[in-house]
Design a protein around this ligand. Structure first.
Ligand code: PLP
Length: 440
């Protein structure tokens, strides 16, 4: 146990956190198991967000801790440039068993942000290999989140992540996001506006020249911004336009990958196949940083064939790419998903989760409810004093009331682990009700 009196909070500059605020009233977690966290005072906290969409198989799975322990004892680190270790090949084989057909070339890195920036370079390398180096523009969407590295920050459409820095790569264009008034309180995919919103991509192609656009980046469900679900027909139309203009379609599945939508990937749930997927979060159950770019065979083969027999084909990689310990955690995680048929188990809980989530509609403070798979967004009207104040209050009060969720501005995002039982959903909803009645 931690001795609180010995803790100094001074030195750590915490990410995406109000440091002054946190340090004046810290929320410190010291243990986790299954669906729960415990704070430093021993209080139990239901994890309503699988950590940060990471721990799909629940916390502290013994299979993963054992695999990590065994690996770190045997081989703690290998550089991955011009040498390797078997686990990265084993993990890529495991993952390629569940990826859409023909998408089985996998480049490892350590975070979603790295996956996004790596994927942008792979896209550019591919077009150069195809002798279409003019394709340098990227299209993404407002309100999207593609991580915080330079490429991802430029693609992203989350205003606060960009405006404090005042920078962004040139040649990135943003389509509209997919939230519309007409689709409020839709269960799953909304009926309206899908094709019209997707046609933004066609307008971009007509404005900037489809032949100049390298790739279109889409989060199948925009997660961090508050679970924006694509309306019906949206993703299909995006795919059609990409095909028409030869634009690569990248699905950022950092949140949706590995069972969140009820299938392995959102690409499977929505029946739309991208050319590239970026994944992270649940790839290794959040236990060790791990992420990947998954590309179709044509992209890999084109880039590799474009260089001579002894050449390095892609001048890109990280010290921690395919770290052996992360690979061990990834292999153990994928085995849990397979052995426990966890994606299907999560999918079975979806209708109960949806039914319970929509009971929150009774509160007058609720502006919208959105859901797909085991992910939901409950948006509340902002406080008179401005946006984000209620969201912050909700997050902090819920934590002290024993529930962990994510809030973005005034939207509560929930994403229970795929091992959740009905009793966990009930506890989650009861705690949310207790909170929402304060504002209604
Ligand atoms: N892409 C999406 C869709 C995400 O939700 C996130 C993180 O939440 C990222 C990329 C960035 O991932 P990371 O925080 O691991 O860099």
């Amino acid at each position: 146990m931690y001795d609180k009196s010995l803790l100094s909070l001074n030195s750590h500059w915490m990410p995406f956190t109000g440091n002054k605020d946190f340090k004046s009233s810290p929320r410190l977690v010291v243990r986790a198991e299954g669906m729960y966290y415990w704070d430093i005072d021993g209080n139990e906290i239901l994890d309503g967000c699988s950590g940060l969409f990471t721990c799909a198989a629940g916390h502290c799975r013994e299979e993963i801790t054992t695999a990590v322990h065994e690996q770190i004892k045997e081989l703690d680190y290998t550089p991955h440039f011009n040498m390797g270790h078997p686990s990265s090949f084993e993990l890529s084989k495991e993952i390629s068993r569940i990826t859409p057909p023909g998408m089985d070339r996998i480049f490892f890195c350590s975070s979603g942000s790295e996956a996004i920036d790596s994927s942008m370079k792979i896209v550019l390398a591919y077009w150069r290999a195809k002798k279409e180096a003019n394709r340098q523009f990227f299209v993404s969407r407002q309100k999207s989140y593609h991580g915080v590295n330079m490429g991802g920050t430029s693609l992203a459409g989350m205003v606060n992540n960009r405006k404090v820095f005042g920078i962004g790569l040139p040649g990135v264009f943003h389509m509209r996001h997919t939230w519309t008034e007409e689709n409020k309180f839709s269960k799953g995919q909304g009926e309206k506006n899908g094709v019209d919103l997707a046609n933004d991509l066609e307008r971009m192609a007509q404005t900037y020249g489809g032949e100049n656009i390298a790739a279109c980046y889409i989060e199948p469900i925009a997660g961090s911004v508050g679970a924006l679900i694509p309306p019906k027909g949206y993703l299909e139309r995006i795919r059609e336009i990409c095909d028409e203009y030869g634009i690569l379609l990248v699905f950022d599945e950092v949140i949706t990958g590995f069972g969140r939508t009820g299938k392995a990937f959102a690409a499977d749930s929505f029946g739309v196949k991208p050319d590239i997927m970026t994944v992270a979060k649940s790839i290794a159950n959040g236990a060790i940083p791990m992420a990947a770019v998954i590309v179709n065979d044509e992209i890999y083969e084109k880039v590799v064939a474009s260089q001579g027999p002894n050449a390095i084909e892609l001048f890109h990689g990280y010290t921690y790419s395919a770290h052996p310990v992360a690979c061990a955690a990834g292999i153990a995680t994928q085995k849990i998903y397979r052995d426990e048929n966890l994606f299907a188990r999560g999918e079975k809980m979806v209708s109960y989760f949806e039914e319970q989530l929509f009971t929150l509609r009774e509160f007058s403070c609720v502006k919208d409810i959105r859901n797909y798979g085991l992910m939901g967004g409950v948006e509340v009207f902002p406080d008179e004093a401005g946006p984000g104040i209620r969201g912050r209050d909700i997050y902090q009060t819920l934590f002290h009331d024993g529930l962990h969720v994510k809030t973005t501005v005034d939207t509560i995002i929930v994403a229970p682990a795929l091992i959740a039982e009905k009793s966990h959903i009930d506890e989650l909803i009861a705690k949310l009700k207790n909170q929402l009645k304060k504002y209604s």
